[in-house]
Design a protein around this ligand. Structure first.
Ligand SMILES: [Zn+2]
Length: 465
């Protein structure tokens, strides 16, 4: 973009010829008349002969508002013609986008407003429709994708998030700085491989942290040759909670109404609470469950889950001890069918053994840095897409006015921070708190959703109890 972007009233190479206010559909707006200055009569490129003036051409382009009124530049261009060959010439001026009928300054302003307001809001300042504003925003994001890049992370996090109307998207984070890095419209191996293959400075990625999603394996190995893959324990312990749920559903399903233990928060919640976080009432509940043979498997499940969490909690400083703790935990799973989901969890650990225990070698995971990001992302997976295209959601989530201008200027910057009290994904109106922000909804991982289906666990079962 040219310098004139930052001086919206002046069009380089033009002289102001006047000013008028007009009305359109009952709305007042101002028109600035501009005439393109020509200091030298052009020479025909074919005949090398001076051209002659041959009428004018007029175009209207939207410009940033003046005194809160929408503004339009009416620009008059002289036309020139070659008397020899008939060649026409119309001078070009900097700072306008003829195709979009807007000044560069207006386009940048529309895009920046689109980052934080609704596209309808943008029409208060510009004589354009909300649809046009949206198209301008979307085109800009697509066209400038390569330019608007953040600094490639050393610690890169990958999550898959389900967004209504958009399906599964991939969210890439900078775990060191706890910022958003990028978003991809899909999450299949091909998309990931293509993306990582073309990632600038990809050799600076040393760690990739994610869940247990196999399609990550190939792109990480082939494109990010310096990176090691570690699996975030958050994704893994989520399975332990689902295994507890499985046991509880079977036991509760076999109980009469009278037998059921009534509590304020519900048994599901209690069973998924960590031992150290149980209040007196919950602790008493667990104690009761232990003494009743019919209910006791739920207490066993509670203990198995607790022990599984402790593989991490009690062995953070020793990978060898953690491996031993896992082996002991696996051996402690009773043979009864009801605990099959714990055995499946053990199998999952074996399937991703190296990546799971890489966690102990990754300096940043110890600080719990990225589970926070992951948690925040996952909490939002219920957000409505509001009819957004992927590019619009991506643009609104990754950019703010300041970082957009810095990125356009070619500065090496990091992405927007993932703060604890603001939504990560920015929809129009950001009406995101409607969706309940207290309890994390579990992982969006394929395996988990299959489990959910299999055991008929609704999202509400997992998140609210
Ligand atoms: Zn000519």
């Amino acid at each position: 973009m040219s310098e004139s972007v930052f001086n919206p009233l002046e069009l380089k190479g033009c002289s102001a010829k006047g000013f008028k206010t007009c009305q359109k559909d009952g709305r007042k707006y101002c028109v600035l008349l501009q005439e393109v200055l020509v200091t030298e009569v052009p020479v025909c490129p074919k005949c090398n002969k001076k051209m002659y003036k041959h009428g004018t051409r007029k175009i209207s382009v939207v410009a940033p508002p003046i005194n809160a009124l929408p503004c339009v530049f009416e620009i008059t261009f002289p036309r020139f013609r070659c008397s020899e060959c008939g060649e026409m010439h119309i001078p070009k001026i900097e700072g306008i986008d003829e195709r979009r009928r807007a000044t560069d300054a207006a386009l940048l302003d529309i895009i920046c407003k689109g980052l934080r307001n609704t596209f309808e809001d943008v029409t208060h300042d510009y004589l354009i429709t909300g649809v046009t504003a949206r198209n301008i925003f979307e085109d800009f994001m697509k066209e400038n994708k390569a330019k608007l890049r953040f600094k490639t992370p050393v610690f890169l996090g990958i999550d898959e998030i389900k967004i209504k109307n958009l399906g599964e998207i991939t969210v890439i984070t900078d775990l060191e700085h706890r910022t958003l890095f990028d978003m991809l419209p899909k999450r299949d191996a091909k998309t990931l491989e293509e993306y990582f293959k073309n990632l600038p400075d990809k050799e600076s990625v040393l760690w990739v942290c994610s869940d247990m999603y196999r399609p990550f394996e190939k792109p990480i190995g082939s494109a990010l040759t310096n990176a090691r893959w570690a699996i975030d324990h958050f994704h893994l312990v989520a399975y332990a909670n689902l295994a507890v749920d499985y046991v509880r559903k079977i036991i509760q399903g076999s109980m009469t109404k009278k037998e059921r233990i009534k509590t304020k928060k519900g048994l599901a919640y209690t069973l998924k609470t960590r031992l150290r976080d149980l209040d007196a009432e919950d602790a008493e509940k667990i104690r009761i469950i232990r003494t009743k043979p019919k209910l006791a498997p739920m207490a066993v499940a509670f203990d198995l889950k607790e022990d599984f969490f402790n593989i991490y909690d009690e062995n953070l400083d020793s990978k060898a001890n953690a491996k031993a703790a896992f082996a002991a935990w696996e051996a402690s799973i009773p043979v009864d069918d009801i605990y099959c989901k714990f055995r499946e969890l053990a199998k999952t650990v074996h399937n991703f053994y190296d990546q799971i225990f890489n966690f102990w070698d990754c300096p940043i995971t110890i600080s719990n840095g990225f589970t926070e990001c992951t948690n925040r992302l996952i909490r939002e997976n219920n957000c409505r897409g509001r009819g957004y295209s992927f590019e619009i959601l991506r643009g609104r989530s990754l950019y703010r006015k300041a970082n957009l201008e810095q990125a356009l200027a070619g500065e090496q910057i990091i992405g927007p921070s993932i703060s604890s009290n603001e939504p990560v994904f920015r929809f129009e109106n950001n009406d995101y708190f409607e969706f309940g922000f207290e309890e994390a909804v579990l992982v969006s991982d394929e395996g988990l959703s299959e489990w959910r289906k299999e055991f008929d666990l609704s999202d509400a079962d997992i998140s609210n109890q």
